[in-house]
Design a protein around this ligand. Structure first.
Ligand SMILES: Nc1ncnc2c1ncn2[C@@H]1O[C@H](COP(=O)(O)OP(=O)(O)OP(=O)(O)O)[C@@H](O)[C@H]1O
Ligand SMILES: [Mg+2]
Length: 222
């Protein structure tokens, strides 16, 4: 499903080039989940953005369902994000001018896969049903996070990239969100790559990868 091979990514900074990823490889099969851990600044969000085609790697290879992400032109990367990938951003990236219902539907509409019944199920399971007419600025951080999750799932993506999707949630709500994500993976055969700082949540996924000093180690997340 997702194949990441020897990815390198360096950012230019005022202090000179910052090598964030120095040869990262990962494999994620459909119907499976992988927890990505690593200290703050280790490059977890960078890796998710590369997998989603939001940024370009300096070198290496990324493929989704056998189709190369690296090497796609802008239109191809936009189509990938619209139709194949559901990304839950660490900073949510909700659209401020749209209410919750329209934020939830946004990506599915773009992908031509709007499904009101499925959207209602997601809103219910994420506890958003009473909030559909509110705007993002009228929501708590945890509520915004749940809208971001619902939006990413509404188009039934093959690949779910979730950047600390439970970071703003209390333990019980975080557990419920992970239940939902893992149920979708089991039911739909989608693949889930999830960043988390919680060893407890990471332990519930099928596999774990730890990012340190620009590389993936199999280091346990104990
Ligand atoms: N556009 C950019 N320009 C320069 N440096 C950047 C840029 N984006 C990220 N960085 C740097 O790259 C490193 C990795 O950032 P990234 O956001 O991937 O970390 P992270 O593992 O997601 O951290 P956190 O757990 O805090 O979210 C950090 O040192 C960050 O400051
Ligand atoms: Mg991050």
């Amino acid at each position: 499903m997702l194949e990441i091979r020897d990815i390198a990514k360096t950012y230019p900074t005022a202090q000179g080039p910052l090598a964030v990823l120095r040869g990262v490889s990962l494999d994620l099969a459909g119907g499976t989940s992988l927890a990505l851990t690593g200290e703050s600044g280790s490059g977890k969000s960078t890796l998710l953005h590369l997998a989603a085609g939001l940024e370009k790697a300096d070198s290496g290879h990324i493929a989704i369902d056998g189709a190369p992400v690296t090497g796609l032109d802008d239109a191809g990367r936009a189509r990938l994000r619209r139709e194949t990938v559901g990304i839950v951003f660490q900073q949510f990236n909700l659209i401020p001018s749209l209410d919750v219902g329209r934020n939830l539907a946004f990506q599915a509409r773009l992908a031509g896969r709007a499904d009101p019944d499925w959207q209602a199920v997601l809103a219910e399971r994420l506890g958003l049903a009473p909030l559909l007419a509110r705007y993002p600025e009228q929501l708590s951080g945890g509520q915004q996070q749940r809208v971001a999750i619902g939006r990413a799932l509404a188009a039934r993506p093959r690949l779910i990239l979730a950047d600390e999707p439970t970071g703003n949630l209390d333990e019980a709500t975080g557990d419920a969100v992970l239940d939902l994500l893992l149920a979708l993976v089991a039911e739909s055969g989608a693949a889930l790559l999830m960043v988390t700082h919680s060893a407890r949540l990471a332990a519930r996924l099928d596999a774990r990868a730890h990012l340190h000093a620009g590389r993936i180690g199999a280091e346990p997340v104990a």
